[in-house]
Design a protein around this ligand. Sequence first.
Ligand code: IPM
Ligand code: MN
Length: 342
Amino acid sequence: MVLQKSGNISGDHRVAIIGGDGIGPEVISEALKVVAASGVKLETTNFDLGGARYLRDGEILSDATLNELRGFDAILLGAVGTPAVPPGVIERGLLLKMRFELDLYINLRPFSGVGPGQTKSHDFIVIRENTEGPYVGEGGVLRRGTPHEVATQGSVNTAKGVERCVRFAFELAMSRKRKHVTLVHKTNVLTFAGDLWQRTFDRVAQEFSEVVTGYNHIDAACIYFVQDPHRYDVIVTDNLFGDILTDLGGAVSGGIGVASSANLNPARNGPSMFEPVHGSAPDIAGKGVANPVAAILSAAHMLEFLGEQTAATALRVACESPVTGTTKAVGDEIVKRVRASI
Ligand code: IPM
Ligand code: MN
């Protein structure tokens, strides 16, 4: 299985915990409770980072802290961002800095369930390129605030970056029953970037004769997510399309409260980072009502990546049938299910 670390691993894993802002710490504490119930022992270190920390003393993610993070086996993150900090500061300075500097080039986001109005269940994984595209910060602004203002924001796509992402998607497809990969892009308009993605996809496909391939434009994919989601198995797409498509994926798969993600460095020359797709949800923070399932399923990705397959499966199975209630009640119920299955 592509996500598994080779060989047997025993003993502790050193995990950096970034609870972050809003509901982040609440859902992470439930996730850690559930991991403990699986029998896997984590050696955790808390990092106080996020919008609240930034407002307190100005630290977003210093190079010294980043270097400390490099020494861990994995990073588990709740959510970061608070309304008091202008958009972009924490996102670029903390989350994107980690993704870029730790070379977490795969953002893996699985979706399953029965979509609204659907009768058949779907089960697919979006592989979102996580270090390039319009996210890199290319571009700039001229004559800001004047009627002649010019703003550009380019999408950066490298042959290396696209290929390693596409290759990951094909390898993942090989580990799945259907062995199907769909490229999602906008090749009819973004003819430069789209051409690089399509040619790379076609070339890598030749090495995987058992994998069936498809292509959808991003706008059409949005329709299919709602009307025919079971057509998909593995989807590979760029950073921005993947960002948007995975919120939609959450919306048709039980809601954003259960959408999990893994930010992977498949080369394993540093830690990978695991986080729910949802944000810090300041409107419900501190009320104890946030759904911890997305964080628990993100912890399951972490366990799988650390080689703890049995525990990862136990967490996933425990989250299969719905649980409702407060954050703590949901965590307690999932702990009970995990204990019963181990
Ligand atoms: C996500 C988030 C981030 C992104 C933001 C917070 C920078 O929306 O993980 O999907 O756009 O990647
Ligand atoms: Mn997003």
